[in-house]
Design a protein around this ligand. Structure first.
Ligand SMILES: [Zn+2]
Length: 380
């Protein structure tokens, strides 16, 4: 029963993360997945790599607003967060996204990439970049060894999320070092190189007694049996369940049409032109097994609610989008389908309304993008 926060896109101070965690604990979520790195920012300090702080943790603006944005946790703060979560029954799973989603890292350390661009800037808009770290450069492995050492020092979790999503391999295809390596190893394409890259990353983590998780990208063959992946792509959950079962993978259900809580939760709420509206009842209807039997879906380990934050600049916005829908996903994580009742759930949600709203004191004036005022919407 996890939730993911995204301080890479908009930095979340630890004091605000703790408020978010209080609420998670109340609704019995037990995994906090922290997306620490992305194109738009890097939030984990790593000894020996000062440009993560001076370059990768800052950007000039967000979506043309002209306002610089930055943020970096300290090791002490992250340890404090881990302890705070542990006291509330929550394990913190850090994410370092590889090999893609790394424009911020490229801005700081262009030499890690196939085609270094010294003028690369930390990304200021949404969307992905084509930049993947180059697996053929020894300095890349030295860097990730240092990153993982730091993760091990901070996070007692046996699991590290390595992303692995949306990694277009076109630059690997062109890179002379990557080409030579593929030829030498007899690899037929870049997907085989991706599989080897994940295996090497996994070996690095294993040295610290940790194992990886990944965002599932539809091709079960690039992962290794026993690994855990998250189904996230829209309307692909059923085939993800089938393919991961065959491949011997564990699966966590985060299918975005039910689980992405940054999506608008009622018609009229801002969707930035592409997010589908996901009302409370839709979240409540999530069957993590998608109707499959225990034999077919026994490898599903849990339910997960990512909250991407390209457009969620602060705690107020996070909570505004996350509640009350997180309650529906909590129940989906706790209760088998045969005991679920939408009518009963609506009554419970109504009882919680004042608790949630008072506790976090939604400041409606602070929502931007012409959001309509927050409504506590129980219906479709
Ligand atoms: Zn390369």
């Amino acid at each position: 029963r996890g939730m993911m926060v995204d301080p890479a896109r908009h930095f979340i101070p630890i004091k605000d993360l703790k408020k978010f965690v209080d609420m998670m604990a109340y609704y019995k979520f037990n995994k906090l997945h922290v997306h620490l790195t992305d194109n738009q920012g890097w939030r984990l300090p790593v000894p020996g790599y000062p440009r993560l702080q001076s370059v990768a943790s800052k950007r000039t603006e967000s979506f043309g607003d002209g306002i610089p944005h930055e943020g970096m946790y300290t090791k002490k703060e992250l340890k404090d967060l881990v302890a705070y979560c542990a006291a509330r029954g929550i394990e913190v799973i850090p994410e370092i996204d590889v090999p893609g989603h790394n424009q911020a890292l490229h801005a700081a350390y262009p030499e890690f990439f196939c085609f270094p661009k010294p003028d690369m800037k930390v990304r200021t808009v949404a969307g992905n970049s084509r930049e993947l770290v180059c697996p053929q450069k020894p300095e890349v492995w030295k860097f990730y060894a240092a990153v993982f050492k730091e993760l091990k020092d901070i996070f007692p979790s046996s699991t590290v999320h390595l992303g692995g999503d949306e990694a277009p391999t076109e630059l690997w295809k062109k890179c002379p070092l990557c080409r030579e390596a593929r030829t030498k190893a007899g690899m037929k394409d870049e997907q085989e190189q991706m599989r080897a890259f994940f295996a090497n990353m996994t070996a690095l983590l294993n040295k610290n007694g940790q194992t990886p998780q990944f965002w599932y990208e539809g091709n079960a063959g690039i992962y290794h049996p026993g690994e855990t992946v998250y189904a996230w792509r829209q309307d692909q959950a059923r085939q993800a369940i089938e393919k991961t079962k065959k491949a011997g993978l564990n699966l966590i259900m985060a299918s975005n049409e039910y689980c992405y809580l940054d999506f608008p939760q009622f018609p009229g709420q801002y969707n930035w032109g592409w997010m589908q509206t996901t009302p409370l009842q839709k979240c409540y209807e999530l069957d993590p097994a998608f109707g499959k039997s225990a034999a077919e879906a026994g490898h599903i380990r849990g339910v997960h609610a990512p909250v991407w934050a390209e457009h969620l600049p602060d705690l107020n916005h996070l909570l505004y989008r996350v509640y009350p829908r997180a309650m529906a996903l909590a129940e989906a994580g706790w209760s088998p389908m045969e005991v679920r009742s939408w009518e009963n759930f609506q009554r419970k949600v109504a009882d919680h309304r004042s608790f949630v709203l008072k506790r976090f004191n939604y400041d409606l004036k602070r929502t931007k993008d012409n959001e309509p005022p927050f409504r506590w919407e129980n219906k479709k």
